[in-house]
Design a protein around this ligand. Sequence first.
Ligand code: BGC
Length: 399
Amino acid sequence: MSMKNNIKESSTKGLLGLIGLLVMLLAVTGACTPGKQPASETQSHENGIQRSVFGKMADGQEVHLYKLTNANGMQVAITNYGGRIVSILAPDRNGKMADVVLGFDNLSDYMKYNTYFGALVGRYANRIGGAQFTLDGKVYHLPVNNGPNSLHGGIKGFDKRVWTAKEIPGDEPGLELTYLSKDGEEGYPGNLKATVVYTLTKDNSIKIDYSATTDKDTVINLTNHSYFNLAGEGNGNVLKQVLWIHSDEITPVNATQIPTGKIMKVDGTPFDFRKPTPIGARINEDNPQLKIGKGYDINYILDRKGPGLELAARAYDPESGRELEVYTTEPGIQFYSGNFLDGSIPGKGGAKYGGRAAFCLETQHYPDSPNHPSFPTTELKPGQTFHQVTVFKFATTSQ
Ligand code: BGC
């Protein structure tokens, strides 16, 4: 029966009932209006982008936090300081949300601690041996910040730069970040224009699309350094979380974690994740490569069919059912089991992130490629465009 007919037929008593119903309806509608409910509830049904001030740099420049939310209520928060993923709210098998990445509550802690939580890493993700490389016959010296080597782009890499941000609203909200790294910055040649677009898709994926151009021959290797804990950050370690990596070879390293240049089969070693295996199942085995990294900290050569986006790894937490799939166009992935975390830094809400409180799956070219002509090249020349795409797809599993 239509509302119109209903009113016609109504007695005074019925009319009063209808007014009551309208009042109730208004109250319910009001409850769904942003600002009338606790922020967490309203945000989880919003679909778009919210921007807030995250803090200020020493020179007074404001840094922002962008919260992208999709229609499923999944949310990713990104700051333009280091292009970092600050939080990812993902549902478990019962729909309960948890923040699945390690991080800090405020900008000053991101500036203070060198953990690369959630960061865009460049110009060269991972290590360059002896902090130098030769390109076109010229030796380039880089900042030494990890034993004798240069790690993650130097002292002030992309993770510590303020990127220019542009919101991309829509059903699949996005954030475009751009940064111009000047010729000679952190020792690298060429003015390098980098663009990274984060998109939160309808199917609960975070797509990261990286591109870059240069005006001089240079080298480049970009990645995202999110530390995942599928049980939720601060919820203990990830040793029971199960991992599969689509790879049968690694690039073994020397004592300072630089690839020896050899390729090692994972067959019969604790590095074999060709069958889904708990991260902790073999992490303490007596293996020289595990000893060097104090756990897993190694580049896997992905088993690839071609240059496109391919599934590289899958992890799940048997307890909550949260699952992460990593797709990439890159030839390698650094699996790092958070071995150097020691509980000494104050995480979100005062959480203490101890050893193995998270795992990283850093899609990349192999470490130290500029010094290994046999590895896939990381050289970028004027007129070429560097392009890499990585997708972190969240789902749930009944396993
Ligand atoms: C490296 C680790 C390092 C971590 C934090 C990872 O990419 O492989 O050795 O400790 O980043 O810097």
